[in-house]
Design a binder for this molecule. Structure first.
Ligand code: XUL
Ligand code: MN
Length: 381
């Protein structure tokens, strides 16, 4: 019987910002206090969380002195060792300060673009000092509301230039194994964000100087905000070795960025996300990028943390049952019979005749398969 108690081997992670979240939204002030990033590291580690992610500024304020910076990082490393928790991604906050009000890497102002790159260099250095090898770029405000004001062709060139520049820094510093990732999102806080989906990001990555060193962090909420299937959105980069990170949460489609607890919305899609990561033995951290409801107080944030991990483990157990269920597996075996057949030569294919009616008559059992999946998720399978 599974215990659904998380262990470090489950490789669960949280963004520091998810726990620091105060419940503030565009219409209302905070409903709970924030937490110091260092304390978040300790508390997560104590709760059997394997890793954390951060924006460098979540720990080290942008205006910290060199000695404060070093002191904070030394303290972070001490707490990481004490609670056996590692860092798996360090990005930069290039969206909060008004200087980035019209974007960071795509600002018209070269000084703002340079400031953004300076923040990313800082994030890469801090990530290195915390032992991680990923810089996830979620640029937040690189987008537009006023299309008359910014040419997207120019913006895409700036994004490419920025990513190539950061890669050059990684190479110059000899940061072996350090990688970049794009985290696509369709909108919010901008009306439209550049590189809104996984497909757009993959397209730009192919044009970089070192495409092999840049991948994706795919977030369920961001896919669902675009009305897309998060399971499919995770699968494509996973298949091509481009899934450098995942952000798990819940989200109603086509709405503002809700960042709900993992599984709090479409359970079936969450199940298939877990199935994808587990069946393919994806070796990255299972990171939750969500926050407690605005109605939660500071203590209840830990209920949210436990809930994300427990739901993942419950769904993982459902995946095990799905994979062991004789009726489900018989249907899948039947569906896939012959699917590994090799393609014939062009000549053989041109000569081949097909029994259209027989092929069209083939029974696919989708109704039964989906009902069995449903019953399994509802606890009667
Ligand atoms: C925003 C989002 C960010 C990134 C990190 O929607 O997902 O929290 O994950 O910058
Ligand atoms: Mn995210």
């Amino acid at each position: 019987m599974a215990s659904y108690q998380p262990t470090k081997n489950d490789r669960f992670a949280f963004g520091l910002w998810t726990i620091m979240n105060t419940g503030r939204d565009p219409f209302g002030m905070e409903t709970r206090s924030t937490m110091n990033g260092l304390d978040v590291i300790s508390e997560l580690g104590r709760r059997h969380v394997y890793a954390f992610e951060l924006h460098a500024e979540d720990l080290v304020p942008a205006d910290a002195s060199a000695s404060d910076r070093d002191r904070i990082l030394a303290e972070a490393r001490r707490r990481m060792a004490d609670e056996n928790i590692v860092c798996v991604n360090c990005g930069a906050n290039v969206f909060s300060h008004p200087v980035f009000k019209d974007g960071a890497l795509t600002s018209h102002d070269p000084k703002v673009r340079q400031l953004a790159m300076q923040r990313y260099l800082n994030a890469i250095d801090i990530g290195r000092e915390l032992g991680c090898n990923l810089c996830d770029l979620w640029w937040g405000r690189d987008g537009a509301e006023v299309d008359a004001a910014k040419n997207p062709i120019e913006a895409y060139k700036w994004l490419r230039e920025g990513l190539n520049y950061l890669q050059g820094y990684i190479d110059k510093q000899g940061y072996i194994g350090h990688r970049l990732a794009i985290e696509p999102k369709p909108n919010e806080p901008r009306g439209d964000t550049y590189l809104p989906t996984v497909g757009h990001a993959l397209g730009l990555i192919a044009t970089l100087d070192k495409p092999e060193n840049c991948g994706l962090v795919v977030e369920i909420a961001h896919s669902r905000m675009a009305g897309l299937n998060a399971y499919h959105d995770l699968a494509q980069p996973l298949e091509s070795g481009k899934l450098f990170g995942c952000h798990l949460n819940g989200q109603k489609p086509l709405r503002y960025d809700q960042d709900l607890r993992f599984g709090a919305e479409d359970l079936k899609e969450s199940f298939f996300v877990v199935k994808l990561l587990e069946d393919h033995m994806w070796d990255g951290p299972r990171t939750f990028d969500a926050h407690a409801y605005r109605t939660a107080d500071r203590d209840e944030v830990w209920d949210f943390v436990e809930g994300c991990m427990r739901t993942y483990l419950l769904l993982k157990e459902k995946v095990r049952r799905f994979n062991a269920d004789p009726e489900i597996q018989a249907i899948l075996k039947d569906l896939r019979s012959g699917s590994a057949e090799k393609l014939p030569t062009y000549e053989d294919l041109q000569k081949a005749s097909f029994d259209w009616d027989a092929l069209a008559r083939r029974k696919l059992h989708h109704e039964r398969l989906d009902q069995l999946t449903q019953e399994l998720l509802l606890g009667v399978g």
